[in-house]
Write a protein that binds this ligand. Structure first.
Ligand SMILES: O=C(CO)COP(=O)(O)O
Length: 252
């Protein structure tokens, strides 16, 4: 049984004050147990957020990190710096980082290995562009990205990562992939894991869908056989909406 996981990705939104306000509202609200809950905040808000959420079951994630331990890398943040402030998750290889900040399959892989080495759970993003989708390349693209991201992991370690399938054309556009199509592509990703690491890891690894997920459509994704949660941008910014996503992710 794979525990559902709902992760918010705030992207470049929320000041420290706004993050604290969100934490208060979520803590005051009611969220069902049995769902893993994560919010991935901008670096500046992380210390305040981990402090504000102490004792709650909402974990904090970062949206990126460097793969090196330390060094002359101006503007970067290391895995141990994240650990030091109580961060537990880190998004790796989001399409916005691949598109605007030169993230490659190679750096994604280095970051995944570094995250695991430091006890951070990587949320690895894969997904095709509209052009690739229209050319019938979706399976090939997610296969290549998944194989590259997981290269060098040991069997057993794969069960510790989260994979997020985010078709680029569905991000922030209001155009979500149909639940069935998302499930088919996520099955391909699970198959890639099975081929590389065996059936057990494939059965255990959690794979999320991301791209215009809202409280209104979360149920349709969660009813699919291979979708284990969601990575949510816009609809995760509001505490009430985030709680609805969490509560809507459990199948009755
Ligand atoms: O990129 C996303 C999450 O990482 C998806 O963003 P939206 O939910 O705003 O479409």
């Amino acid at each position: 049984m794979r525990t559902p996981i709902i992760a918010g990705n705030w992207k470049m939104f929320k000041t420290i004050a706004e993050a604290k306000q969100f934490a208060q509202e979520v803590k005051a609200g009611s969220a069902k147990a049995g769902v893993q809950k994560v919010v991935c905040a901008p670096f500046t808000a992380l210390p305040a957020l981990t402090e504000a959420l102490q004792g709650s079951d909402l974990a904090v994630g970062a949206q990126n990190m460097h793969f090196e331990e330390q060094g002359a890398f101006t503007g970067e943040i290391s895995p141990s710096m994240l650990k030091e402030i109580g961060v537990q998750y880190v998004i790796i290889g989001h399409s916005e980082r691949r598109q605007y900040f030169n993230e490659t399959d190679e750096t994604v892989n280095k970051k995944v290995l570094a995250a695991l080495k430091h006890g951070l759970v990587p949320i690895i993003c894969v997904g095709e562009s509209l052009e690739q989708r229209e050319a019938g390349e979706t399976s090939r693209v997610v296969r290549t990205q998944t194989e590259a991201a997981l290269a060098g992991l040991e069997a057993g370690q794969v069960a510790d990562v989260i994979i997020a399938y985010e078709p680029i054309w569905a991000i922030g556009t209001g155009k979500s992939s149909s639940a069935q199509e998302a499930n088919e592509t996520i099955s391909v990703i699970r198959q890639v894991v099975a081929e590389a690491y065996g059936q057990e890891d494939a059965a255990n690894v959690r794979i999320q869908y991301g791209g215009s997920v809202k409280p209104e459509n979360i149920g349709s994704y969660m009813s699919q056989s291979d979708i284990d949660g969601a990575l949510v941008g816009g609809a995760s910014l509001d505490a009430a909406s985030y709680l609805q996503l969490v509560n809507g992710s459990l199948q009755e």
